[in-house]
Design a protein around this ligand. Structure first.
Ligand code: HIF
Length: 288
């Protein structure tokens, strides 16, 4: 059953319109499932796409979104990936309805869709990822450790091929979602609007007073109202002078951040993918 395409799997060459149908289906499923977490699967879908991509190693050219190896143990059990089963399971009915899309294309397309549907900038995307087997699983430890600071951020994101400006531009995605004690051990959302894409992460990082949270859990920061949090890696962005320049820029100028974020997340989702197609596509936001 090839999604009403009317072709056998071998002859079926999907077009932009076929992928647009999947985008629309993900958007619809997002709207139908507003009882999850803070009201949206959007943030956890963004996290899935990023964790699938962020294993890339520029030197050995291993890891990255090509392969979707997080389907397999041990990668699915890596500490950094705790809780992402919710996102993978959310996408299973879409994969069943459109079996011709690879998991690796689906996960990144879902990240793009979630981000755009939550009010973010348009993110160019193209297909071409193939699903790998278990032998392509990456070793544990390639994703960032939230308890660390700037040296670690530069090492981890440098390994993927990102510079200081790109690290800071990516970081604004923590305007979305929250930490869960049963996943990472950390607790709480970064912003008061965890299902809306805004540059609020940068604004509050600079404007609020952040103190260590007094609790039995891992070391994290909280604001005065104790309703928002920051990880040690988030605070590193204002402790470090080079990083802070960009935090200030993006706090002042949401448009500038939208543009730079769109560029850098598109780059992240494409790391290590041997594309045949040069053209990048953009998909329209689906109205609620
Ligand atoms: Fe996250 N991130 N991230 N992250 N992240 C968490 C949740 C989300 C880091 C740690 C954590 C990025 C970078 C880093 C999202 C998106 C992005 C959690 C909480 C932790 C601990 C998980 C849980 O308990 O459920 C670290 C150390 C990073 C390096 C700076 C990216 C830039 C900000 C690359 C990025 O896009 C999203 C979205 C979530 C929310 C998930 C949710 O379920 O709500």
């Amino acid at each position: 059953d090839f999604a009403g395409a009317g072709f056998s799997p071998k002859e079926f060459i999907p077009t932009k319109e076929d992928y647009a149908k999947i985008y629309e289906e993900i958007a619809k499923r997002l709207e139908e499932n507003e009882d999850y977490d803070d009201g949206s699967y959007g943030p956890v879908l963004v996290r899935l796409a990023w964790h699938a991509s962020g294993t890339y190693d520029v030197e050995t050219k291993t890891g990255g979104s090509n392969g979707a190896t997080m389907r397999f143990q041990p990668e699915s059990d890596h500490g950094a990936n705790a809780g992402l089963k919710a996102a993978r399971d959310f996408l299973e009915p879409i994969k069943a309805k459109f079996p011709w899309i690879t998991y690796s294309d689906l996960w990144t397309l879902a990240g793009v869709c979630a981000f755009q549907q939550m009010g973010g900038p348009v993110i160019p995307w193209r297909p071409g990822r193939a699903d790998g087997d278990i032998s392509a699983c990456t070793p544990d430890g390639r994703l960032p450790d939230a308890s660390k600071e700037q040296k670690h951020l530069r090492a981890i994101f440098g390994r993927m091929g990102f510079n200081d400006q790109e690290i800071v531009a990516l970081s604004g995605a923590h305007a979305l979602g929250r930490c869960h004690t049963d996943r990472s051990g950390y607790d709480g959302p970064w912003t008061h609007s965890p299902t809306m894409v805004t540059n609020n992460f940068y604004e509050i990082l600079l404007d609020e007073k952040w103190n260590w949270k007094k609790w039995g859990g891992p070391a994290q920061y909280e604001d005065k109202s104790k309703s928002r949090m920051m990880l040690p890696t988030d605070m590193a962005l204002v402790k470090d002078r080079e990083f802070k320049k960009y935090v200030e820029k993006y706090a002042k100028d949401q448009e500038a951040w939208f543009k730079d974020f769109s560029d850098v997340i598109a780059k992240l989702f494409e790391l290590g993918v041997p594309f045949k197609q040069e053209e990048k596509w953009t998909f329209k936001v689906v109205d609620a």
